[in-house]
Design a protein around this ligand. Sequence first.
Ligand code: HEC
Length: 378
Amino acid sequence: MLRLAIIILALGLSSAAQADVKNYMDQMLREIYILKPYIVSEAEYKDPKNSAEIDESLKRMVSLSESISHEGKIRSTGFGISSDVLTQQLKESELVFRVGNKGYSLWMLRSTLSVCMSCHTQLPSASTRFDFSKKEHKLTKPFDEAEFLFIVRNFEKAMPLYQQVIAEYPKNAVTPENLKKAIARELYYYVRVKRDMPGLIKALDKNLKNKQLPTSAKTRLSGLKKAAQDKKGEGYPEFKEDQQAELKSYAESQLKNELAGDFDFSASKELDYLKTSSVLYKYLNDFPQTPLKPEILYWLSFCERRYEPTAFYSLPELYLKQCVLEHPQSEIAPACLKEYQDLVTLAYTGSSGVNIPDDVKKELQSLKKMIKTMKPKK
Ligand code: HEC
């Protein structure tokens, strides 16, 4: 009887926490509605007559984001990092707006929206029905409209727009960069959110009908299609809480080459990374207290676009840092630190050699010290 009561209590609590997250997200949605016309128009964003409305909305987003960061469920899963990044970016965007460099603030805010996407594409889920197109301020550019729909998780409406963007390239004057983004959004949606390889193949087939695409895009799309066909029958393994050994052996076999320092950038690998991270995020979300958490962070750092120089913020680095900060006594912590150090060194390597700023050096030192003072937990 007591056991039953505890189970009911536990269920009640977790769905209450979920309801809170949803409630915050609904409020975020409201802010995005308010900001949308300004986000797409630099002139409107900079116009002094809109200043008060924009700044108030940015402030509310900062405070919402702080509340979300404190949610237990968000803290303990793969969402924690993205949530902190969101708060940090929004704070900076608001501050810069107020101090006066509105162009920079807008650039920052736009990149911040990719943080929303990074959370929303971690777990399998259903599409929302939030729709901007019936409201005023409908955007004339399909790519922009698709991005807003994607941000609020209306994947079903966003996907046809991305396909249109790809189908009508280059006469729609979409930039090559946004063409790449449209393809990337398709991959994240079909492989992680919908877990639907046949759906991905269909989408890629449609994309490939456009003979005007640059050769590099065509090569990439057909490579992805072939890889998706090879994986069509594979399925996504699920692991129970007590199947830690199985999860570990799955991750280590998927990432065998990478763990040995050997990266290849094939289409097949790209899909594998998305699939493996999908399985890992789901496990961490289902069992946030798992002792495997530092290992999962370590593996995720290999799956998340590690060497993508255009990424605005680097999840791999943040995951590795979290592994050390939260679990300095774990067996994997020294490996996390080593990878982190390598990525940081690479980031600060230029034509004039390695130039690591003093703050970053200090941080590396303090992470090292944390590990040293902790006794390894066997
Ligand atoms: C830390 C991770 C995280 C970040 C960052 C994040 N979200 Fe969410 N969001 C979630 C989760 C988890 C859900 C699903 C909640 C549920 O329905 O259970 C969600 C759901 C939503 C929904 C759908 C809500 C509903 O009622 O179905 C909207 C809209 C949304 N988020 C907007 C945003 C916007 C806008 C941003 C960026 C400013 C953002 N989110 C950033 C985690 C995040």
